[in-house]
Ligand binder design. Structure first.
Ligand SMILES: Cc1cc2nc3c(=O)[nH]c(=O)nc-3n(C[C@H](O)[C@H](O)[C@H](O)COP(=O)(O)O)c2cc1C
Length: 523
């Protein structure tokens, strides 16, 4: 079917859905042919003259009165514009539209060209009970500057699935198709639900785009973590489930925050975060760490030409859309190490859990939330010459994360079943040569028997060095600016005096640069 005929049929279906008119009656009224709709549905062609007559009839009906208005909802009803991107998860939108309409939320759909490869405008229009908008240069719509009208008449713009491409367009301010024009022209809150392959989601370009968008006040829901459509692929990138999407939409319809103003709701410096937002927390990043995909390289120093990978910060393990298990790590020590490695000339990737600290200049920062995301991002950043694993990764996560907020007031208390998280240090340290960094440095935060535990940890995890510290509350190390560490190596234990975290980072990275030079000389 040609796109013109497809659009015409989509308009007719929407009209039928809205008015309840039968296809036969429509055909007779529009062109005196009771079989018109049936023929179009079969994919049969029609003449241009017939198409023009149908359009004229639709136009006349539109102008005639409220029943024929293209708006299917009453004035008190909330309306969203749903922008459907070209991703494998586009099919989930059909269910989303149904569930939204059941709740009295009217949906006006905009489909990108790529989205039409995954689901048909016909299904979308039939479920939305309205025509589907696809073309920017549509004479009928643009007589009334349709893209501006679309972007203003809704209470909320939802992008689902938001492809990597759409995120890039939004972050870059592009406006070369209907979807991007609507997004550029709107003054309404915007909620995006990303869905893509984990590598695409963790790609530095996507990380930058997400950071920019969060800084602009765009709201995010998801992505979730799990299996991908591609065989053998798993990680962050799954479209949020429909109930989660609905909860996010309803919440924003109740407490709207216009696009361009960071949300005052939960999340604070997480840049417009919402209770149900489980995606990697990314604060606005005024200084973008790098251009291109590989960090900034080329500075002189003992680590020039070397790659250093650092993990830092806590992880957040979701319990339900609003609660999570966390720890007190600030991410300061790892960030100081990353900055120092950069100062010594290395190309540095910092995989950072939820933390309010700013991106160290010149360092490629990948912000993640959970242990699983941290492992995926760490793997994606390999190979590296030195791996420093300073993150306080949660040992456990909740086995079955609830997609709804757990409610109190029920007879039984909720029971949280925990499962073990991946051990990132051990996993990377046991990789084969070529993947495993030649120098692996782990951190051990303990509250008792610090050195003894660190010695054991060095062996069981397969690390070359362990930096051990006492993080008992009275030390003030977790979250503080100073640190007292013991460096445990195969040769023995060195206890360093109390130093600020920057000085710990300087000493450690100078030692690491020397050790790496020795390893390279031996190889
Ligand atoms: C089979 C297939 C599945 C795809 N799935 C996704 C996806 O889930 N997420 C994504 O960001 N891109 C995906 N892409 C790539 C997008 O379709 C492509 O970037 C397209 O230009 C996006 O256009 P849009 O952003 O205008 O919708 C997929 C491509 C193909 C061929």
């Amino acid at each position: 079917m040609s796109s013109t005929r497809r659009e015409l049929l989509s308009d007719i279906e929407a009209f039928l859905g809205r008015t309840g008119m039968t296809p036969t009656k429509f055909g007779i009224a529009a062109v005196n042919d009771g079989h018109l709709v049936a023929n179009l549905r079969k994919g049969n062609s029609i003449t241009l003259k017939t198409a023009e007559k149908v359009r004229a009839y639709l136009e006349k009906q539109r102008a005639a009165g409220p029943v024929s208005e293209s708006s299917p909802e009453t004035s008190s009803q909330k309306r969203i514009v749903l922008i459907i991107g070209g991703g494998i998860a586009a099919y989930k939108c059909l269910e989303l539209i149904r569930r939204l309409r059941e709740r009295g939320i009217a949906v006006r759909a905009v489909m990108t060209k790529a989205a039409q490869e995954f689901i048909t405008p016909l299904s979308v229009g039939a479920l939305a009970g309205d025509r589907v908008f696809m073309e920017l240069f549509d004479l009928d719509d643009e007589r009334e500057i349709g893209h501006i009208r679309l972007s203003r008449e809704a209470s909320l713009i939802v992008v689902a699935p938001a492809t990597a491409d759409l995120l890039a367009k939004m972050a870059g301010g592009h406006a070369d198709d209907l979807a991007s024009c609507v997004l550029m022209a709107t003054d309404k809150p915007v909620l995006v639900a990303p869905a893509m392959n984990p590598r695409m989601w963790l790609n530095p370009a996507t990380r930058r785009n997400v950071a920019l968008l969060r800084g602009d006040g765009v709201h995010f829901v998801g992505p979730g973590v799990g299996e991908m459509a591609e065989r053998g692929e798993a990680g962050p990138g799954r479209l949020a489930e429909v109930p989660e999407l609905i909860e996010a939409i309803q919440s924003l319809l109740t407490h709207p925050t216009p696009a361009g103003s960071p949300s005052p709701l939960w999340g604070g410096d997480r840049g417009g975060g919402k209770p149900y937002i489980q995606s990697p927390a990314i604060p606005p990043s005024p200084t973008l760490p790098h251009e291109g995909g590989g960090g900034v390289a080329g500075a002189p120093g003992p680590l020039a030409g070397r790659r250093v990978l650092v993990t830092s910060g806590p992880t957040h393990e979701p319990i339900d859309p609003v609660r999570y298990i966390a720890n007190r790590s600030s991410g300061k020590q790892g960030a100081a190490i990353a900055a120092e490695a950069r100062a010594l000339g290395a190309e540095v990737t910092l995989v950072l859990g939820p933390s309010a600290i700013a991106d160290p200049p010149g360092v490629r920062v990948v912000r993640v939330e959970t242990a699983q995301e941290m492992l995926a991002a760490t793997r994606a950043a390999l190979p590296a010459d030195i791996g420093v694993f300073a993150a306080a990764v949660a040992d456990w996560r909740v086995a079955a994360q609830s997609s709804h907020k757990l409610k109190k007031g029920t007879k039984t208390l909720p029971r949280l079943e925990l499962v073990e998280n991946p051990d990132i240090l051990k996993t990377i340290a046991s990789e084969r040569p070529g993947i495993r960094p030649p120098l692996v440095i782990g951190f051990a935060a303990e509250t008792q028997n610090v050195v003894e535990y660190a010695r054991g940890k060095r062996k069981t995890k397969g690390a070359d060095w362990i930096v051990a510290n006492d993080v008992s509350p009275q030390t003030g190390i977790m979250g503080g600016d100073r640190n007292t560490v013991h460096l445990v190596t195969a040769e023995g234990v060195e206890s360093w005096p109390e130093l600020d975290k920057g000085e710990v980072a300087r000493r450690l990275m100078r030692r690491a640069a020397e050790r790496l030079a020795e390893i390279t000389a031996k190889a």
